[in-house]
Design a protein around this ligand. Structure first.
Ligand SMILES: *Cc1c(COP(=O)(O)O)cnc(C)c1O
Length: 364
């Protein structure tokens, strides 16, 4: 048999035959008297459902099916897990040899790509986003392709929309990059904020680009950050490999339940309405901040936050804190020494931001 290994060729050679942990819930035995997992024989007094004494299914078939439906892929292409953070970690562990190999990131970007790589002893190659005075940040795809090939990277992490940059990456450019890196690296597109972008998902590239991987999460637009649910969407051959790198029971039953419920039609309508409100507020806030003295630049944003440069970021930070408003300080990030990232909140919370930043005489 010489079936095209596709992205399987990018899995660490020492893990290709790795079976992972065989949990009591795996395997195809059946019965009605389950005594194989050393579970307690009666429920905890604090467990009102009476169901928590049992280990959950290692992977929930109904959640995979629902995610596949919502995200536009097949259930075999979905791996639910503990947020995108777990997905990032699984990808690094499955493809990069500890103490060797490399990933490419495009800073300023989400910190977890580099954290996972570093914990795994894997090199991080940085290809900074380009900053255009008017258009904001953009990815230097040419430099990314070159760096990935040159440095032997196994993973390229793209964040679209970018955090904290706010920029959206063109799908055609991601498509072309994946084409150039076929057989060399996985192109991972982190779409934590794509619901706010009104853009097509990179999932649409999967049928022709087997080395594209997409990360989705319920932590942002779906308002379920504490449930810790997200998923990796990847080539169907890669999904079981990533699954074998996961903890034996990745999702607590309560998280599985809430995630399954959140992806039904009615909650999805509420999610879309929430997104619409954020988009209106994002536009209002961007315009108001542009007109605020001391604001140097408001970056275009396709997400639920605004990245803002200030003439005196320390002063802005202090004024916001004095008003009880906590935003994200970006000043330690190279190139963002004058910037704060402000999440879009409820209208009255956003008003507090604006009031805090107005000069004293105007605020009075
Ligand atoms: C918030 C965020 C996530 C979400 O991570 P979870 O583990 O799913 O909560 C992923 N990627 C980026 C870029 C983010 O900003």
């Amino acid at each position: 048999m010489s079936a095209d290994p596709g992205p399987l060729a990018l899995v660490r050679a020492d893990l290709r035959g790795f079976a992972g942990y065989a949990s009591a819930r795996n395997g195809d035995v059946s019965g009605d008297c389950w005594l194989n997992a050393n579970e307690a024989s009666s429920p905890s007094p604090v467990d009102r459902s009476g169901q928590l004494r049992r280990y959950p299914q290692p992977q929930s078939a109904r959640l995979r099916a629902r995610m596949a439906d919502v995200y536009g892929c097949t259930p075999e292409q979905v791996l639910p897990g503990r947020g995108s953070d777990e997905g990032i970690d699984l990808l690094v562990r499955a493809t990069c040899r500890p103490g060797a190999d490399a990933i490419v990131t495009c800073p300023p970007t989400f910190g977890m790509y580099a954290v996972s790589a570093r914990l795994h002893g894997t090199r991080v190659v940085e290809v900074p986003l380009l900053e255009d005075a008017a258009a904001g940040f953009a990815c230097d795809f040419e430099a990314v392709a070159w760096a990935a090939v040159e440095q032997g990277a196994k993973l390229v992490f793209l964040c679209s929309p970018g955090n904290p940059a706010g920029n959206l990456l063109p799908l055609e450019a991601i498509d072309a990059l994946a084409g150039r890196l076929e057989g060399l690296a996985l192109v991972v597109v982190d779409e934590a904020y794509v619901e706010y972008a009104g853009a097509d998902s990179a999932v649409s590239l999967l049928p022709r680009r087997r080395n594209v991987v997409v990360l989705r999460t319920l932590s942002k637009a779906h308002a379920l950050a504490a449930a810790r649910v997200g998923c990796v969407i990847a080539d169907a051959a890669l999904v079981p490999v990533l699954g074998r790198c996961q903890a034996p029971y990745p999702l607590p039953a309560a998280s599985e339940e809430v995630a399954f419920a959140a992806l039904a039609a009615n909650p999805l309508r509420a999610t879309r309405a929430g997104v619409e409100q954020v988009l209106g507020e994002r536009e209002r806030m961007a315009a108001a901040l542009e007109g605020t003295p001391g604001v140097r630049k408001v970056f275009p944003s396709h997400a639920n936050f605004l990245l803002v440069r200030f003439d005196d970021a320390q002063r802005a930070w202090e004024r916001l804190l004095a008003a009880g408003v906590v935003v994200r300080d970006q000043r330690a990030v190279p190139g963002l020494g004058d910037a704060l990232r402000i999440s879009i909140g409820l209208p009255r919370q956003n008003d507090r931001v604006l009031r805090a930043l107005l000069p004293r005489e105007q605020a009075a």
